[in-house]
Design a protein around this ligand. Sequence first.
Ligand SMILES: Nc1ncnc2c1ncn2[C@@H]1O[C@H](COP(=O)(O)OP(=O)(O)OP(=O)(O)O)[C@@H](O)[C@H]1O
Ligand SMILES: [Mg+2]
Length: 355
Amino acid sequence: MTNLIPFPHMPAPAEPPPPVLLSVTDLKVHFPRPRNGLMAKPEVVRAVDGVNFEVRRGTTLAVVGESGSGKTTTALAVMRLAPITAGSVRLGLTDLSLLGDEAMRQARRRVQMIFQDPYSSLNPRQRVGDAVRAPLDLMGIGTKAERAARVDELFAAVGLRPEQQHLFPHQFSGGQRQRINIARALATNPELVVCDEPVSALDIAIRAQILNLLARLQRELGLTYLFISHDMAVVEHICDEIAVMYLGQVVERAPRQAFFARPLHPYSAALMSAVPTVQGGRTRAAQRIRLVGDPPSPIDPPAGCRFAGRCPAAGPGCEAPQTLREMQPGHWVACHRVTRVDGQPVGPLQMPAAA
Ligand SMILES: Nc1ncnc2c1ncn2[C@@H]1O[C@H](COP(=O)(O)OP(=O)(O)OP(=O)(O)O)[C@@H](O)[C@H]1O
Ligand SMILES: [Mg+2]
């Protein structure tokens, strides 16, 4: 064996980040509410109220936030299944918000969605093989033989046996049904898959299997995920970047490591303080932050910081609207009380430095 002289350590050249696939800009989804009588002022539910984010090709952006913060509505707007009041949703070079019906029908093969409830998202009277083939039939993709071969391939990819295609949904467990939903979502070979709480309805024991399946499919197929969840432990496991929503807006956006090491927004700190710490070394809130009360109504949100009414760190300046500021490369936060100490960003509820 030859003696190799080790090279002095040279940092590997940094790989350029993958290109942006999904770009959401100033997205608003406002639902008009029926008037309460002729003289009443018309009201709108500001479900999504000025949301910005990007997802790079082949990566996962997790969207978190409590119930009613607008996660599902954002996802549906990306899919063009909720009406876009303002702003844009760009997939590569295509602005989905501007497409007419036929162009959207064509674009739909590029974006697919997996829903939370594996039970209600399958037609009980349709054989599951037919359900997986349905998007191909609908979009007229391939010959009959090619579609049948594609369904075989998809069943194998998600870990189901080919003969199971002839069964009905009730003959499967929740985890298997979610595999069928994943196969159906992948039928058209999409670039972006929107996953809305894909494992929340499943038994704990099954969740890891489905998450591992999603991760493997992402690696093998280069998929891009917009992954909605309220489970920070799941999110920490699967995402590259995270966006925290509060009352229709993104209050913090960061690469995974930066966020989990140091969530800056008081709302993010509160979400994280509820997660049991597995190992030390994290700069988290000194103690559990208990949020009191409910979020304000999306019909009449506060003019300033929307979280101020529940924020333990609220004070002067919070009555002004907050905009996202980049405190470190890629780490954005909408709170004027986030500062820098020795070049490091520090949130108002955090200890200044990691112990
Ligand atoms: N079609 C609709 N018409 C009127 N209001 C709606 C509609 N869809 C959603 N909303 C309202 O918009 C807000 C955001 O709802 P959304 O379902 O997006 O929240 P979410 O973050 O997904 O919550 P959850 O964690 O419970 O799934 C809520 O106040 C909800 O009541
Ligand atoms: Mg939802």
